[in-house]
Design a protein around this ligand. Structure first.
Ligand code: HEM
Ligand SMILES: *[C@@H]1O[C@H](CO)[C@@H](O)[C@H](O)[C@H]1NC(C)=O
Ligand SMILES: *[C@@H]1O[C@H](CO)[C@@H](O)[C@H](O)[C@H]1NC(C)=O
Ligand SMILES: *[C@@H]1O[C@H](CO)[C@@H](O)[C@H](O)[C@H]1NC(C)=O
Ligand SMILES: *[C@@H]1O[C@H](CO)[C@@H](O)[C@H](O)[C@H]1NC(C)=O
Ligand SMILES: CC(=O)N[C@H]1CO[C@H](CO)[C@@H](O)[C@@H]1O
Length: 324
């Protein structure tokens, strides 16, 4: 009897210990004792950055996504290449990322308050949240406690990040491999309500789509004409607004566009090719957008937990571009 009681006590303790140390052990207020001002400092710095360069909100949100999809949300996207190792930053999908120096700036401000305490991965998660909020998007509480990884491998970005020409099956498989659902896919794609894209990400849909001088039939033909006047064949530099007219506000307008067959990438149009994602697109297109904002907050929290390092895994980087 006494023995089984001990076993029980042991199991209970072990269970609790296990919960606090498991890989999903992020929590709200993680820095309450060690860096109580962190969220205030990040918010202040992000607001300063946005005031000077409002278009940085979109790439900073995208940077968090690219971080999480490669080796989990561990700040690996922030590491610089070294002589023998091309980092994620320098891989093709990341060539259009911007704002690394902004993250460095926020990190320095946080280091001033509490040196060596807050990870770069957590800072990126907070900056992404505050960026969206500053564009009138939703707020979400960010569970914290991520640790920074020590590896950044450019080849892995090519393998793990979904390219703009993916079809619905490929997108669903890619998201599922990160523990994200089909709903998360359609909700997080709503990020494309802000920001811009290089012509290269979609010009295959405009010119010679199947090798017969044609364009993608799943794209509205009036929209094709407009995009063609923006992006001449071979244009590598021009930026197109992904949600023209409203690319600076975080709203549900992305779904209005996709529903009208004006999603910019194959991956955007693809959301009409699956019954679940299609139903969501149609519903949001006709809605006031409040549900989307709520859903987005929820899916971002989920994305922010992908394969995180916690406890004594990884490290707290001193400078986000370099391992300690
Ligand atoms: C579903 C699969 C996705 C694909 C295939 C995709 C692809 C792309 C591509 C090709 C661009 C244009 C980059 C450029 O040429 O400058 C882009 C931009 C962007 N993406 Fe995605 N994306 C996806 C999902 C996401 C997710 C999950 C997020 C955030 C949670 C996101 C946020 C953004 C933002 C904010 C931009 C604008 C960046 C800027 O203005 O510089 N995307 N995406
Ligand atoms: C690290 O990479 C960033 C962005 O690619 C670059 O601006 C910066 O100069 C690099 N830092 C060093 C010390 O190489
Ligand atoms: C980077 O990742 C690729 C693909 O998983 C792997 O083949 C390669 O060995 C890795 N490179 C390094 C330096 O670890
Ligand atoms: C998606 O692409 C894959 C790989 O190219 C292909 O095998 C599959 O048939 C495509 N699925 C759809 C629904 O287009
Ligand atoms: C269109 O694609 C076909 C087949 O790949 C190719 O033979 C042709 O030269 C291309 N046309 C243009 C204008 O690029
Ligand atoms: C932001 C950034 O680091 N961009 C780099 C992406 O990769 C190319 C080379 O592949 C670099 O020239 C860019 O500086």
């Amino acid at each position: 009897m006494a023995f089984s009681k001990h076993v029980l006590v042991f199991l209970v303790f072990f269970g609790i210990f296990n919960i606090s140390c498991n890989a999903q052990g992020l929590k709200l207020g993680f820095y309450k004792k060690t860096c109580p001002s962190v969220e205030k400092v990040v918010k202040r710095e992000t607001a300063r950055i946005m005031a000077a360069a409002p278009t940085l909100a979109a790439p900073l949100l995208r940077m968090h996504f690219h971080d999480c999809f490669v080796r989990g949300c561990d700040g690996s996207v922030l590491l610089n290449s070294t002589r023998n190792n091309p980092a994620e930053k320098d891989a093709i999908p990341n060539q259009s990322l911007r704002g690394f120096d902004s993250i460095d700036r926020v990190k320095s401000a946080v280091e001033k308050e509490c040196p060596g305490v807050v990870s770069c991965a957590d800072i990126l998660a907070l900056v992404a949240r505050d960026s969206v909020l500053l564009l009138n998007g939703p707020f979400w509480p960010v569970p914290l406690g991520r640790r920074d990884g020590r590896v950044s491998n450019g080849t892995e970005s090519l393998i793990e990040l979904p390219p703009p020409f993916f079809n619905i099956t490929q997108l669903k498989t890619n998201f599922a491999s990160k523990g994200l659902s089909t709903k998360d896919l359609v909700v997080l794609s709503g990020s494309h309500t802000i920001g811009t894209s290089h012509c290269t990400a979609f010009s295959n849909r405009l010119y010679n789509f199947t090798g017969r001088g044609d364009s993608d039939p799943s794209l509205d033909s009036n929209y094709v004409a407009r995009l063609k006047s923006k992006c001449r064949p071979g244009d590598q530099t021009t930026l197109a607004e992904m949600d023209p007219g409203s690319f600076k506000t975080f709203d549900k307008n992305y779904y209005t566009l996709v529903a009208k067959r004006r999603g910019l990438f194959t991956s955007d149009s693809a959301l009409l090719a699956d019954s679940e994602t299609r139903a969501y697109v149609i519903k949001q297109a006709a809605s006031d957008g409040k549900t989307f904002l709520k859903d987005f907050a929820k899916s971002m929290v989920k994305m922010g937990k992908i394969e995180v390092l916690t406890g004594n895994q990884g490290e707290i980087r001193k400078t986000c571009a370099f391992v300690n």
